[in-house]
Unconditional design. Structure first.
Length: 286
């Protein structure tokens, strides 16, 4: 009974932490939207005062799905909170699910596969850890895998393409290119100078994949400015990738920001933040 009570208390704490983080994500997203709207109004006012001739509306064209659409989002939506349940039991995920949350992330293939089998099928799973090619087949077998955030080479993209084409031929698998914005040897990711070329290669060679955006892990430091520099770098990489892909930058996702810096990431333009320990508690080493 004592164990059950402790478990109930822990699950209640998870839900309370989740709701707190969701509130903070929504507040930061609202703040960014307000700033963007103010800037848009200012630009419109300047254009109006210049007495420029009225611009005729463009003829109606067929809507092309944006990369963000593959993630269930659209430009202008608030940031999506991915609750990262790495090394935490399925009961924690279920408690968050029952509180209305649907986007969850895992760092290890076996853990994601096992939890996906146990938990409801309408969870949207995000894989956010380093992915080896020999684990791709197992990962892609998860029917409700929404996105792989950590594609850092054409070799890995080609393996994902091969498996996704076999398992889910009518549903492209969303992927993001991971960028090592801090140039740390301990981190995976392509270099910022290689991003645009890799994005184009994936777009051209991997029809079973839906290139949806870019991802980075900000440099962890007591100085918030370190991580913010990484976020700015990723935003610049998105500009370069968008030019190469002939897309509007805002249609590509930015997956950045974790427990200690997600609000700074949202201010820098994050569309997806990955929060674990602030929701589920500190992790024991694996």
């Amino acid at each position: 009974a004592h164990q059950s009570m402790a478990d109930d208390g822990t699950l209640q704490a998870v839900v309370a932490s989740l709701q707190s983080v969701r509130t903070r994500v929504e507040a930061a997203s609202t703040q960014v939207t307000a700033v963007n709207e103010l800037a848009a109004c200012s630009i419109a006012a300047e254009a109006s005062s210049a007495a420029a001739p009225a611009i005729q509306p463009a003829p109606e064209v067929a809507r092309v799905p944006t990369p963000l659409a593959c993630l269930g989002s659209k430009p202008g939506d608030g940031a999506t909170l991915i609750a990262v349940s790495k090394l935490k039991p399925s009961s924690y995920v279920r408690a968050a699910y029952e509180a209305g949350h649907r986007h969850f992330g895992e760092n290890y293939v076996q853990e994601l596969v096992a939890k996906a089998r146990e938990l409801p099928g309408d969870i949207a799973w995000h894989f956010i850890g380093h992915l080896q090619t020999n684990k791709v087949k197992e990962l892609v077998s998860v029917p409700n895998l929404l996105c792989v955030h950590t594609v850092d080479s054409l070799k890995l993209a080609a393996e994902l393409q091969k498996r996704a084409a076999q398992v889910r031929p009518s549903r492209p698998l969303a992927v993001m290119v991971q960028v090592n914005t801090s140039a740390e040897e301990s981190k995976s990711g392509c270099t910022s100078t290689d991003v645009a070329a890799l994005c184009v290669e994936i777009e051209e060679a991997c029809p079973a994949l839906a290139l949806s955006g870019l991802m980075c892990i900000g440099k962890y430091s007591a100085d918030d400015g370190c991580a913010e520099a990484d976020f700015e770098t990723l935003a610049q990489c998105r500009q370069a990738a968008a030019r190469a892909l002939e897309l509007e930058p805002g249609t590509l996702a930015l997956s950045m920001g974790m427990s200690h810096d997600f609000e700074a990431a949202i201010r820098a333009g994050a569309t997806h933040v990955r929060v674990g320990s602030t929701i589920f508690g500190a992790r024991k080493p694996k």
